[in-house]
Design a protein. Structure first.
Length: 278
């Protein structure tokens, strides 16, 4: 039976996959890139699929799901596989009295995805405590980058313009016995203010560089509850679109466009999507 992209999407959206590779080793990652190059097929790397909107018609290429899943603490450093849960990492670090990743708890991303997007919340971001990244390029080259040599910005990393796959990341944390308390406070707040149980891809739009947040602008335009097909603007957090009733990619894209148009007409601000539309 042909696998579906919806299986690898927190949105629960996406059609059939032509070639699927679930890689739990560097060798499998290299083989996937080699196969795609030989067959002249596009390749997309997926972690938890928590920031992606996949097409209804599927993907006529190679879907590489990163399953490299390990976590090793050493003093104040932690090396983590790219397929590891970013949320779990944040909780485990805080339980050890290590600060720097409290904000990660509750973010439904893989570590690789968090590095790739420079995921953040509550004024913190992944790059702040990132020490180094191991990366396999599309030709099989095995490289290690020091974070201090890379340029990160709001929801932006250099890996977004590089062909390849993040294998692992190392974070440099600081000892702080209050880390666990902060992590639990942030998690409680997130659970109260975001539709965590709904099918979504997290925040849909980037926050503008100045002025109100994207969610505040959408709320101001009274778009909470707005719907196209099975896709709906969350009534809990306006910057979330949820798959409320068998939504399609087309439904979500149409709703994104409607929100952008309405917000621009009423506030003069054009909202840029944060979610990756594959």
């Amino acid at each position: 039976m042909q696998r579906q992209l919806s299986e690898f999407s927190t949105f629960g959206i996406g059609g059939p996959i032509r070639h699927l590779v679930e890689a739990d080793s560097v060798d499998l990652i290299k083989e996937a890139f080699s196969f795609a190059a030989t067959a002249k097929l596009p390749l997309v790397v997926v972690g938890k699929g928590s920031n992606c909107l996949f097409p209804d018609q599927g993907f006529d290429g190679v879907v590489l799901v990163n399953r490299i899943d390990f976590c090793t603490f050493s003093d104040s450093f932690v090396e983590v596989g790219a397929g590891y849960s970013f949320s779990l990492l944040g909780a485990q670090a805080a339980k050890r009295g290590l600060s720097g990743l409290e904000f990660a708890s509750g973010i439904p991303a893989s570590v690789g995805g968090a590095v790739f997007m420079n995921a953040g919340a509550n004024g913190q971001e992944t790059a702040t405590t990132l020490h180094s990244v191991r990366f396999i390029d599309s030709e099989g080259g095995d490289k290690t980058f020091l974070a201090k040599d890379l340029h990160f910005a709001y929801r932006l990393s250099p890996f977004q313009s590089m062909a390849g796959c993040i294998v692992s990341a190392t974070f440099a944390l600081t000892k702080d016995e209050a880390a666990r308390s902060r992590q639990l406070t942030l998690l409680t707040h997130r659970l109260k203010t975001q539709p965590g149980k709904a099918k979504s891809a997290g925040c849909v739009f980037r926050n503008p560089s100045t002025g109100p947040s994207a969610g505040a602008l959408i709320d101001r335009c009274q778009l909470k509850g707005e719907r196209v097909g099975g896709a709906k603007v969350s009534e809990i957090h306006a910057n979330f679109i949820v798959n409320d009733a068998s939504a399609t990619c087309a439904d979500v894209r149409a709703l994104i466009a409607h929100v952008q148009k309405t917000v621009q007409e009423q506030t003069g601000v054009w909202l840029e999507p944060e979610v990756r539309i594959i």
